[in-house]
Design a protein. Structure first.
Length: 233
């Protein structure tokens, strides 16, 4: 396996491993120090980056299988994912052939196992607007996104989770007269979001105007994690 492809993954996981190894198992009270709390804070802030990367690798592998993408291009896709810094500009996945595909990945947890927070919903809707280049900021993106199949992948911990998230995202909300313009624009993009029951449904899609919402399996993320752990050994 090409270790260079998984360099970013292993570096992210190494931070977690280093912290765990530093814990004093014989006397847990000794672990409670200000320095350890700072270290823990750093590890916890890094976890979302790890999970998002695993989710991105997982959905990329599914797309590669669905569209029967060859080995050379497959390696290029994974290499590009691994070399993209967290929170960088551009899209989480960009594929230009044989099918033009753009993917944004979200790794959210339900609040009290009931719903996403408003900030989480806003972030998803902003990604939808980004995929359609609907604001001045997004229009700086060089590629013409109207030519691409547009996907938002959401980590799906259970069927119930996905159903709840989909309901929240596509639910119509009437704007009051004093609703701020940014919120109005986020609400408008909802009509373009189309949830899919299976990621394999992407193969038959020709409508490039919509943004397709798909779930990313935790089991598939676990498979990616095991591949990376194999490289670490």
């Amino acid at each position: 396996m090409n270790t260079e492809i998984y360099k970013r993954s292993t570096e992210l996981l190494d931070k977690y491993t280093t912290f765990i190894q530093s814990i004093n198992q014989e006397n847990l009270q000794k672990n409670i120090t200000v320095q350890n709390l700072f270290s823990l804070k750093s590890v916890l802030s890094n976890i979302n980056n790890v999970l998002t990367l695993l989710a991105t690798l997982a959905i990329a592998r599914k797309i590669i299988e669905i569209f029967n993408i060859g080995n050379k291009q497959k390696e290029d896709i994974f290499f590009n994912i691994e070399n993209k810094k967290a929170n960088s500009n551009g899209f989480d996945i960009q594929i230009d052939a044989p099918r033009k595909i753009l993917v944004e990945v979200k790794c959210n947890a339900l609040i009290h196992e009931q719903k996403l927070g408003q900030a989480q919903i806003n972030s998803i809707l902003e990604d939808a607007r980004k995929l359609r280049k609907e604001s001045l900021r997004h229009r700086k993106i060089k590629i013409e996104t109207s030519e691409y199949l547009k996907i938002i992948g959401i980590v799906n911990s259970s069927t119930k989770f996905y159903e709840k998230v989909v309901t929240q995202i596509i639910k119509e909300v009437k704007c009051k007269e004093n609703t701020n313009p940014e919120r109005q624009e986020r609400l408008k993009v909802k009509k373009h979001i189309c949830p899919l029951t299976s990621i394999s449904d992407l193969i038959n899609i020709q409508d490039l105007d919509k943004i397709y919402l798909v779930g990313i399996s935790v089991d598939d993320m676990e498979k990616e994690l095991q591949k990376i752990k194999t490289v670490q050994k």
